[in-house]
Design a protein around this ligand. Structure first.
Ligand SMILES: *[C@@H]1O[C@H](CO)[C@@H](O)[C@H](O)[C@H]1NC(C)=O
Ligand SMILES: *[C@@H]1O[C@H](CO)[C@@H](O)[C@H](O)[C@H]1NC(C)=O
Ligand SMILES: *[C@@H]1O[C@H](CO)[C@@H](O)[C@H](O)[C@H]1NC(C)=O
Ligand SMILES: *[C@@H]1O[C@H](CO)[C@@H](O)[C@H](O)[C@H]1NC(C)=O
Ligand SMILES: *[C@@H]1O[C@H](CO)[C@@H](O)[C@H](O)[C@H]1NC(C)=O
Ligand SMILES: *[C@@H]1O[C@H](CO)[C@@H](O)[C@H](O)[C@H]1NC(C)=O
Ligand SMILES: *[C@@H]1O[C@H](CO)[C@@H](O)[C@H](O)[C@H]1NC(C)=O
Ligand SMILES: *[C@@H]1O[C@H](CO)[C@@H](O)[C@H](O)[C@H]1NC(C)=O
Ligand SMILES: [Zn+2]
Length: 671
């Protein structure tokens, strides 16, 4: 038997910061699900344990030979700990071994001095815990060292509150953006708004904290994972805890709200997004992958579920099986262009009884009874501003979803997609006699346009989301489902966007020097009034809200002389004129001539503007996400539980509780 005499003194916590050996594993023994994980009763999950032996670097240990004789015990409450195989009645899985490298800090990276770590590991698949209460997973390794993970199985209420749930995600949407959108689209007289956004008229308001498990800034994969599963994870991960192996599909999985809803109720599931449909926020309802960029496998999982991944024979007995999938991203469906296994993936969906639609008219005409895959463009869908104000921008893009090289000029918006999804889900709920449906609808390009500092396009997307929420509540009323449906609107993370003044576009363009151009920014009293909604020459004398060509809640004029001066908490080098980029989304920074990883001002962007130097590493060509909490708005039965301030993972538990998922009455909880 090997002996590890120096164990206790050597296994000190190293304060990994920029880079980590493995984010959720500060000691040399790793347990996934890690400490502080909560489950809904019956929610499926995998366990993986790893024992690390760094070969060199500050944690070098045991000559780089990991203990292969580790043990894992599970303890429920105050009962005696039991070996994991006995606790879950599973056979002992094979031992896996691999190694990986990482940099301990930025100096090690610059010196190209990686640390190598050897690993011994085991994985236990598709488990669940039904009895509420506290659990401990105790990993014992190197003879006497222990890593303990505390888990809690929640005790949900005994009664479900609602049939249907519609969850809207304004990707990257913050309260500052909502405030700015209101300024653009709602008239105010002497400082008082004459109308409000739908988001301003919530029945419950809360806010949620978006941090990752191992970093304080999140991305959309990781935060969608938290919202849909109640589990914190790592940047880029979809519904797995990130292990140290190189395979991106063998990481320990856990079940999403869509899979749990489908498995327990059989009710229909819908996914709507203005992004390419393999993008993180839609993908996170169904996919299990530590790499959000593994698009073919994401699309494969929409159709077939995780257990059938071509290279993965691991059991995963649950599948979100969406009835409705609407979005962009034809490149993952067109034969040979990035589709799974090079197949015509439209055809694979048709074989599974989906109707496939490609434009606004086909969408409107699709029956409500069958499953529908609607893919409306290659890549992300067109923005509200381009579809409605600059439709010529939809031309010459050769992005038709069929891949025939024509332009996708007849794309639906978020509102049309969402209302049609509701009709299909409601009809299929009735047809299959299920208790209700679940729909996620994402306004994806709030985030995408904020990344490229295109404030007006981002706010257009936000106003479209607001208009969609309003239309959704009205539509639910019309089809008699309003009292059965919980509607939630939230975001997955923010950006450091805010408005700090007004800007005189005419004056700014007329000035010759960068320093003089900055005189066009009016702060405090000189910020003036919004130039967006009201034509200054025809101020109404009554309280009428001026309605633009696109209906109430959108500005009359998107390019007023007096616009908003806005900025981001973080940005690349760029030039700023606070003006709308008419020909399409902005591209603020481009690679310098000498170095493809050094981004400088794009000479073509906002040529009238002044240079704003960046605050980010120079290889970042866009703005990045920020720390802010984000708002939660709710309407309908059980909206009250969304009040207050809480972690993003609570959204999953609140939705699961509302739908009665994991309740005892499904008869599975026998003791
Ligand atoms: C593994 O542990 C068992 C029980 O603790 C012990 O009997 C056995 O000798 C160990 N094997 C090695 C290779 O250390
Ligand atoms: C444990 O698993 C075996 C094989 O799958 C099965 O035959 C047995 O009934 C299970 N025992 C319990 C207590 O569930
Ligand atoms: C890492 O693993 C590879 C292949 O499994 C092996 O050849 C190599 O020696 C290992 N590296 C170290 C430092 O142990
Ligand atoms: C670890 O060992 C490898 C191989 O000898 C070496 O390239 C690397 O620089 C070492 N890393 C550290 C942190 O010492
Ligand atoms: C499966 O593995 C093969 C060989 O490594 C690879 O070519 C193929 O792309 C993989 N398929 C998927 C869907 O990941
Ligand atoms: C779908 O359902 C909606 C709402 O009930 C209805 O107005 C519409 O006509 C239906 N469409 C079709 C094609 O049946
Ligand atoms: C308010 O003023 C607008 C614009 O002048 C006019 O079109 C509208 O009819 C007026 N509304 C009422 C209720 O007087
Ligand atoms: C400021 O931005 C310009 C244009 O991108 C760039 O050439 C210059 O190096 C930047 N200055 C600093 C200090 O980064
Ligand atoms: Zn983003």
């Amino acid at each position: 038997m090997r002996s590890y005499l120096l164990v206790l003194s050597l296994v000190a916590l190293s304060s990994a910061q920029t880079f980590k050996r493995l984010g959720t594993c500060p000691t040399l023994g790793c347990v996934f699900p890690p400490d502080q994980t909560d489950f809904q009763p019956g929610q499926l999950f995998d366990i993986r344990v790893e024992v690390h032996a760094p070969v060199n670097g500050s944690e070098a240990f045991a000559n780089g030979v990991p203990d292969e004789n580790f043990s894992l015990q599970i303890q429920h409450g105050t009962e005696d700990p039991v070996d994991v195989t006995q606790f879950f009645n599973q056979s002992d899985p094979p031992l896996e071994k691999w190694n990986f490298t990482y940099y301990e800090d930025l100096f090690a990276r610059d010196n190209k001095a990686p640390t190598t770590v050897n690993v011994a590991s085991k994985a236990y698949r598709a488990l669940s815990l039904k009895k509420p209460g506290p659990y401990k997973a105790i990993l014992t390794y190197y003879d006497t060292v222990q890593t303990v993970a505390n888990w809690v199985v929640r005790d949900p209420p005994k009664k479900k509150k609602v049939k249907n749930v519609i969850l809207f995600i304004g990707d990257g949407m913050t309260q500052a953006m909502i405030t700015a959108a209101r300024l653009l689209a709602h008239k105010s007289i002497n400082g008082k708004y004459q109308s409000l956004m739908q988001l301003d008229q919530m029945e419950a308001l809360g806010h949620q904290m978006t941090h990752s498990i191992d970093s304080f800034i999140t991305d959309s994969a990781n935060s969608a994972t938290a919202l849909y599963t109640g589990k914190k994870s790592t940047v880029n991960a979809l519904n797995v805890f990130v292990d140290s192996s190189s395979d991106s599909t063998d990481d320990p999985k856990f079940e999403t709200i869509a899979e749990l809803f489908r498995r327990e109720t059989g009710g229909p599931v819908g996914i709507v997004s203005t992004a390419f449909i393999a993008d993180a926020t839609p993908a996170a309802l169904c996919a299990h992958n530590r790499n959000r960029n593994d698009y073919p496998n994401v699309v494969y999982e929409y159709l077939h579920g995780a257990s059938t991944l071509p290279n993965d024979t691991l059991p995963w007995p649950t599948h979100c099986a969406p009835d409705v999938i609407f979005g962009g991203g034809a490149e993952q469906f067109i034969k040979g262009s990035g589709s799974p296994e090079g197949l015509d993936f439209y055809e694979e969906f048709r074989k599974d009884d989906y109707s496939v639609v490609f434009d606004k008219d086909q969408l409107a005409n699709a029956g409500n009874d069958s499953k529908v895959l609607g893919i409306f463009s290659i890549s992300n869908m067109a923005k509200w501003l381009d579809r409605n104000v600059f439709p010529n921008n939809l031309k010459s893009l050769k992005n038709h979803p069929s891949g025939d090289g024509t332009d996708a000029t007849n794309q639906p918006g978020l509102k049309q997609m969402t209302l049609k999804a509701i009709d299909i889900l409601a009809a299929r709920t009735k047809k299959t006699q299920k208790p209700g449906f679940f729909l996620m609808s994402e306004a994806a390009s709030i985030d995408k346009m904020m990344h490229v500092l295109d404030y007006q396009r981002a706010l257009g997307e936000l106003l479209e989301l607001d208009d969609t929420v309003k239309a959704t509540l009205e539509h639910l009323e019309k089809i008699g489902e309003r009292d059965n449906t919980l509607v939630i609107v939230t975001a997955d993370h923010g950006h450091g966007f805010d408005v700090f003044g007004g800007s005189d576009a005419k004056y700014l363009a007329a000035q010759k020097t960068d320093r003089k151009k900055r005189d066009a920014v009016g702060v405090y009293v000189n910020s003036g009034l919004s130039g967006y909604t009201v034509d200054p020459d025809s101020l109404p004398t009554n309280n009428t809200v001026l309605v633009g060509p696109h209906g109430p809640g959108f500005p009359v004029n998107w390019e007023p002389r007096y616009g908003i001066a806005a900025g981001m908490g973080a940005n690349p080098d760029h030039r700023e004129a606070y003006s709308l980029n008419e020909p399409g989304p902005r591209l603020p920074a481009t690679a310098s001539d000498s170095d493809p990883d050094d981004f400088v001002v794009n000479p073509k962007d906002q040529p009238d503007g002044f240079v704003v130097n960046g605050t980010l590493p120079v290889d970042e060509d866009q703005g990045v996400h920020s720390l802010t909490d984000v708002s939660v708005f709710a309407w309908g039965p059980g909206h009250e539980v969304f009040r207050g301030a809480y972690s993003n993972v609570e959204i999953f538990f609140k939705i699961a509780d509302s739908l009665g998922l994991g309740m005892e009455e499904d008869g599975e909880d026998c003791d």
